[in-house]
Design a protein around this ligand. Structure first.
Ligand SMILES: CC(C)(COP(=O)(O)OP(=O)(O)OC[C@H]1O[C@@H](n2cnc3c(N)ncnc32)[C@H](O)[C@@H]1OP(=O)(O)O)[C@@H](O)C(=O)NCCC(=O)NCCS
Length: 316
């Protein structure tokens, strides 16, 4: 861009980049009150920079920092290849400077591609259309959604289900429910490309769900004495620009295929929101793949509002 110089992000730029991020987050909090309150944005930048293989670039107009981009390259644990990620604090621009994001991406992505990462992800505030726009014109699209809503005492749902606490005996059910999510996401339009783990692997993944009740709370829905669905709440750590204080995360939910669309999740979600409200949690976060049509339609209708989008581009 004329009049703009792209340089590596150095310590001398951090204060100005933190100010850009503070502005971005303040706008974000005006759009969504259930985002964490912060004062130390430099620490948020440092958090993103502290990862192995992380680096950043800034756009300068004269000696003024008008935009920054920070990303890291990492191994993808699921697909077994390398990907590059711009994390929650990694992208901000001054008003009217969104276009410079495209130059910053060109500079940083060259390093990512040289490091073998050809799938690129950027976490951008869902309400920030000005910041989203340059990414859309870089061939990115929405892949994943993080969202939040208030907890509340909900009216019980008439769905002919009983909800009880989960227990270690439910391992087989939980493995089956997670398999049903994998199978659903392997199909169109998700085409996840993920190998579906064996029953043993599913059981191993979930075997510690009941070990620490301070970490996970598990609810199972039964109909006529048979389990038909479940929901897992997780005390997700705070400290990033997404998770507010006094929050609990809805980290897994699924209904057996034969029982879907009969109110099982409605009853479980209502129960979980009421439970969280009664236990002093002010908000509930969750997330979903935007190409999972079942969850992408279900959670917004349950009152969850998008906070961040994960934008995605696969080269070429
Ligand atoms: C997403 C998922 C958990 C939803 O579960 P479900 O039990 O089918 O959901 P419900 O039956 O409670 O709700 C589905 C719809 O039926 C309606 N419904 C069905 N029975 C109802 C009843 N008795 N009273 C009121 N509404 C009812 C709901 O209002 C809802 O409609 P809406 O979304 O248009 O508002 C389920 O589709 C699933 O397991 N998907 C695969 C796994 C997955 O994607 N998990 C989420 C990962 S993020």
């Amino acid at each position: 861009m004329p009049g703009i110089e792209i340089q590596p992000l150095e310590d001398e730029h951090l204060a100005a980049a933190a100010a850009l991020l503070a502005d971005r987050h303040s706008r974000h909090r005006q759009a969504e009150a259930l985002l964490p309150e912060f004062s130390d944005f430099r620490a948020q930048l440092q958090r993103d920079l502290d990862h192995e293989q992380a680096g950043g670039v800034v756009a300068l107009s004269g000696d003024k920092v008008v935009a920054h981009l920070i990303g890291r390259v990492e191994e993808d644990p699921l697909l077994g290849d390398r990907r590059a990620i711009v994390d929650f604090a990694g992208c901000a621009a001054a008003e009217g400077q969104g276009e410079t994001i495209r130059d910053l991406y060109a500079a940083l992505a060259a390093r990512w591609v040289a490091a073998g990462a050809t799938r690129h992800l950027a976490l951008i505030p869902a309400s920030d259309e000005a910041l989203m726009d340059p990414w859309l014109r870089l061939a990115f699209g929405v892949q994943y959604v993080w969202a939040v809503r208030e907890t509340a005492a909900m009216k019980p749902v008439e769905a002919h289900v009983e909800i009880r606490a989960g227990k270690p005996d439910d391992l087989e059910l939980v493995a089956q429910l997670d398999r049903s999510l994998y199978e659903h996401q392997a199909g169109p339009p998700s085409f996840s490309g993920l190998a579906i783990p064996s029953d043993e692997e599913f059981r191993a993944d979930w075997s510690d769900l009941w070990d620490d009740p301070e970490l996970y709370t598990h609810f199972v829905a039964e109909r006529a004495g048979r389990p038909v669905g479940h929901l897992v709440l997780f005390r997700r750590p705070t400290g990033d620009l997404r998770v507010p204080n006094s929050n609990i995360d809805l980290s897994h939910a699924a209904t057996l295929p034969a029982a879907r669309r009969s109110g099982v999740s409605l009853a479980l979600t209502g129960h979980a929101l009421t439970w969280a409200h009664e236990h002093g949690f002010r908000s509930m976060t969750t997330d979903w793949r935007s190409v999972n049509l079942l969850s992408a339609r279900h959670w917004p209708r349950r009152g969850f509002r998008p906070t961040y989008y994960r934008l995605y581009r696969a080269l070429p």
